[in-house]
Design a protein. Structure first.
Length: 260
């Protein structure tokens, strides 16, 4: 990461982006399945995040929908502004609504990356996370596949999601980890990866930073987001919403605190 990024920003995957990101999982139907009933609203929320509020870190996954959110992002934002980072995740299958399962077979991971490239309309995934380590497949095979795709120019940087320190150290021996995405919020306050990432100068991206909305105190999102942002300059929360007013509340709270 850059040691002196501008105020309210940080460097992730070689790009200076807003510390406040936008998580897109909520731009799906019930059970993280299919489209929202109001697809136009989902498109509008994405455009507002970037063009109205200056959020330049957009986080998604091929499993959201599955696949529908990557299509949404392309429809809403392509061609992407130069300063916007689109990060996605691969390595999870969706058998049905509310069902998730890691799938780290090398051929599957390769197909995921190739499909995300098409859906997002890009030649390279600037930041691609392994969504989960599949314990049924050797970790070296999973990471080796992503590294091979990186060598081919189809992945820019590799991240890890829901990772424990022992697995992080195994992976970090083989590949440079560009970011870590784990759950952290005022209810789930401790994750040893937070300090490990700080010590190794790796961005830590808290997902579910508002604990699916329950961390907002009386509708106030400022306290839980400020708590996260004060944990260190390497912390980049990715709250998400499908509601334009909630998006405005999030962006304004962070801006009022000087974080955006």
């Amino acid at each position: 990461m850059s040691s002196t990024p501008p105020a309210g920003t940080m460097t992730i995957a070689g790009k200076t982006v807003s510390r406040l990101g936008f998580g897109t999982m909520r731009l799906t139907g019930p059970g993280t399945w299919g489209d929202l009933d109001d697809r136009d609203q989902a498109l509008s929320v994405l455009r507002q995040a970037v063009h109205t509020y200056g959020i330049t870190h957009i986080d998604t996954a091929d499993a959201y929908g599955p696949h529908t959110v990557e299509h949404l992002i392309k429809d809403a934002l392509h061609p992407y502004p130069e300063d916007v980072l689109i990060a996605t995740k691969v390595g999870m299958v969706r058998p049905a609504p509310n069902m998730w399962a890691p799938h780290g077979h090398p051929m599957y991971l390769r197909s995921c990356v190739e499909s995300s490239l098409r859906r997002l309309g890009v030649e390279r995934l600037e930041l691609c996370y392994l969504h989960r380590i599949d314990m049924e497949v050797p970790v070296a095979d999973q990471i080796g596949t992503l590294q091979a795709l990186q060598d081919e120019g189809k992945i820019g940087h590799i991240g890890l999601s829901k990772i424990a320190p022992e697995d992080f150290h195994r992976v970090a021996k083989e590949v440079t980890v560009a970011a870590v995405q784990n759950v952290l919020n005022i209810h789930d306050r401790y994750d040893p990866m937070l300090e490990l990432c700080r010590d190794q100068d790796i961005p830590f991206v808290p997902y579910r930073p508002l604990d699916a909305g329950s961390a907002a105190l009386d509708g106030n999102v400022s306290a839980p987001l400020s708590w996260l942002l004060q944990l260190g300059p390497h912390v980049a929360p990715i709250p998400g919403t499908s509601n334009p007013q909630h998006l405005a509340d999030i962006a304004n709270a962070v801006a009022d605190g000087g974080w955006l």
